[in-house]
Each structure stands twice: as C-alpha cells, then as structure tokens.
Write a new protein. Structure first.
Length: 454
C-alpha cells in the first residue's frame, strides 16, 4: 500500500457537510477561473471524482477554493480594482462552477493589501467583489431555479492582516461563512521554537506585543469585535505539526533556540486526541471548526485503525455538545389521572466536514456542520470554564511544553538513525504527516439554515 497516496475515493462523504477542492487559480487575462492543473483536475477527473461524492451523500456540498498562497495577491488586486473586470469575473465564476458541478466558491486571497502587487484599496474592492458575487449568485438562482451557489472565504489569523485587509461588516453581510486560518503562526525555520497553531499565547510570548497576538484566540476575538457574527466563523485547526532542531537538546520549553527544521516523522501518541480547540469553538459560539488538511489526518487509519481520527474526534465532540439528550417519557399519578408522557426530543443526523488536498498539488477541503433539533446554547465569549482550552494540550493559557521526539517512543522506521536527537515536534494530536494538505471544518447547520436550503 502506498500510504501517502491520496485520492477523492479516500474521502468518507459522510464525515463532513462541505468539501473544498483547492486550488483553482485566476485567469487574469479573461477575468475567469481556470484549473490549476488541467491534466489532474480535468483530464484525469479530479473535479469529477470529488463532486461525484455527492452521489453517495446528496446532502454534501462540494465547493471550489480559488487562490491560495501560490496565486499571490497581484491578480486578485487587478481584477477587483476594475468594476467591469470584477463583474466579468463574477459572471464567469458562475459558469465555471455550474459547468463542473460545484456548489459554491471559496475565495482564498492571501492576502488583500499585502504581498507584491497589492493595493491599499484591496480592502474596499474585495468587499465590493464579495457583495457583487453574492448578489449575482442570488440572481442566477432566481432565474434558473437552481440552488443558490455558496460563498465563503479564508481569512488570515494575523491581526494586522485582519485590520488592513478585510471589510468585516461587508463580509459578514454577504458570505455564508469564513474559515479562520489560525495556524502557521510559526515556522520550523524560526530562530526559536513556538507552537505554530497555539490557541492562546504562552508566557514566553506575553511580553512581546506582536508575539502575544500569534494565536487563535486573539484572531477570533479581533474579527468578532469588527462585527463578524460568531456563527459564521469556523476556527481553523491543522492536522500537522512542525519539527524543529534544538540548539541545546536540554532546552525544550517554548522560546528555546532552534537551528532549523527537523525531518518529518509519524506521531502516534495514545490519549492525545482531545481537541481543546473544539470546546473553545463551542464556548465562543462559533459556527464550527475547520481542518487543514484531511490527507494529513491518517486517512488510511494506520495509527489507530480508524481513518481521520482527528476529524472524527472533533466531530463527535461537537455532536455530543450540540445534541440534547432525549427526554424520557414520564408518568405522574394524580389520584385517578395520569399525565401523558412528554414527547421525545429528536435530533437530526450529524455530519462532519473534511477539507482535503487531493491529486498531486491539488487539494480537496471540507467543512462539517452539526445539526440539532434545537439551536445550541451560546455561551458568552468569556464564559470559558475549566479545564482550560489550550493549543498546548491541557495546560493553562500562558503555559506550554515542547515534546522531544526521543520521548515519544517512535518506531525505528519513522525515526531514522540520522535523525538528530535534539529534534522536537510540536503538535496538537496524533496522526501521520503525509506531506499533502487537506482541510476539514465542523459547522453548526442550525445557525446556517441558508446553506442547508441551497
């Protein structure tokens, strides 16, 4: 078996409600979308195999992610700056999505007003694109009778990028949901070791104003303060970790000096499958969680005998929290009368979301929206109770630990002799690193009825 080979056929179509195929790119000369790799996406059936998953699960939505890091910013900036080009792009997008049987578009501009070719006007113009695209989706649906195409976007988890790049009130008004990219805050090439997807800052970061914002909680609170509805926000969680080479193997705390990136290994640590981020999303009243990516979540079930263990763990935790227990029938005797039993509360089936990078450099992403018969109870944003939610696995906010690879008991094939013994691996939970990318997010369908209707 080729453990690293991932295809759309590896996706369980019932683990999620939305899949995102990433990425398509911009055709700036024709104001259109084009396949990233025509051979893989079209000739060899990447698009078709992915959208065909809807045959197995008719409730599944498959969306096309457009953009990504390699696309950059210049082409997006050019298209949105000109009203005629912007509208041409919107209309051409509708045709492309319908032609290849996608249910919507996921705009992944990395990032407005940043990177080469950007403009200070990107923030305003991107808002116009979002508005015009949603309005065109509605017009097309009314004219044809087709379900309305969905509109989502991926936003940066960096405070500067949120402040300068996104017209949040406009985004909130017109998108169906957004995915917060709350990971890759730190790189394995950084001079010091920190968790790349920390939920809260660790104490070593608190004295640095910028470093203290490199975490999911800061990004979520900022975008909510700008006017984003929490039920439209998915918290992004990675299914991969980062390997560092320590300068001093005895120093394994956050902030320890590093001298480069370590070699990839497979991590299989029992008991670390609890997602504090999932509980955080529930406490903050978010729509759900998003994973990047599904193909890095042990999709063959090698480690624990179950494919996608991280996604399933988060999905089940959300389902348990949002599914009210059935009310048992109760009989009360009153002299000669007996009250009828109370009706049993029923919940609808729960679906999970998976985002996956499939064929070669192409990725399939996905989202999960959990459905309940009654809306989930929303806690106030600060009503976060113990145990604490942390990206450092059970430690209080402001604390953390880095786990040396040699402590993890890695089997010999995964820990080659030449692997430096001062490597450390920061991670959220177990899984295999297969060097591909896939996304999953879990979403509350009750709070997003417009999606379930379209």
């Amino acid at each position: 078996m080729s453990y690293g080979k991932f295809l759309p056929s590896n996706i369980n179509p019932f683990i999620c409600t939305h899949l995102f195929y990433a990425f398509a790119v911009l055709d700036v000369f024709n104001d259109d979308i084009q396949a990233f790799d025509k051979s893989l996406d079209l000739d060899r059936g990447g698009y078709r195999m992915t959208t065909d998953l809807k045959i197995l699960n008719p409730n599944l939505k498959v969306m096309l992610s457009v953009g990504g890091w390699n696309e950059g910013s210049a082409n997006f900036s050019k298209i949105v700056a000109n009203p005629k080009e912007r509208m041409a792009f919107v209309r051409n997008s509708v045709q492309f999505l319908r032609k290849y049987n996608f249910d919507g578009i996921d705009l992944v501009w990395q990032y407005p007003t940043f990177r080469e070719g950007s403009s200070p006007d990107d923030k305003m113009n991107f808002g116009k694109l979002i508005q015009e695209m949603k309005e065109e989706f509605e017009r097309e649906s009314n004219a044809t009778g087709n379900p309305r195409l969905l509109l989502s976007l991926a936003t940066s988890g960096l405070s500067d990028y949120i402040e300068k790049g996104y017209d949040v009130p406009t985004i909130n008004k017109y998108v169906d949901f957004l995915n917060m990219v709350a990971y890759d805050y730190h790189s394995a090439n950084d001079p010091t070791v920190f968790h790349h997807s920390s939920l809260y800052p660790v104490k070593e970061e608190l004295d640095d104003e910028i470093a203290a914002q490199l975490n999911a909680d800061s990004a979520i609170r900022l975008i909510l303060s700008k006017g984003m509805s929490p039920e439209k926000v998915n918290l992004g969680i990675p299914t991969y970790g980062r390997l560092f080479l320590l300068e001093d193997p005895t120093k394994t705390e956050p902030g320890s000096p590093a001298v480069g990136a370590g070699r990839s290994v497979t991590i299989d640590e029992a008991g670390s499958i609890n997602y504090y981020e999932t509980r955080y999303a529930l406490a903050m009243g978010l729509g759900g969680i998003m994973f990047w990516t599904i193909d890095e979540d042990d999709f063959h079930g090698v480690c624990h005998g179950r494919a996608n263990p991280l996604i399933w763990a988060a999905r089940e935790q959300l389902r348990a929290a949002r599914t009210p227990p059935p009310t048992r029938p109760r009989a009360t005797l009153r002299t000669t009368e007996m009250t009828p039993p109370l009706p049993t509360t029923r919940t609808t089936a729960t679906r999970g979301t998976t985002n996956t990078r499939s064929i070669s450099r192409t990725t399939v992403s996905a989202a999960t929206w959990l459905t309940t018969a009654t809306p989930p109870t929303k806690a106030e944003p600060r009503a976060i109770n113990t145990p604490p939610f942390t990206g450092w696995r059970g430690l209080d906010p402001g604390q953390g630990h880095i786990f040396p690879v040699k402590r993890l008991g890695l089997p010999a094939p995964d820990f080659p002799a030449q692997q430096p013994r001062n490597s450390v691996f920061t991670f959220n939970s177990p899984g295999s690193t297969f060097h591909q990318n896939i996304v999953v997010f879990l979403k509350d369908e009750q709070n997003n009825r417009s999606n379930s209707r379209t």
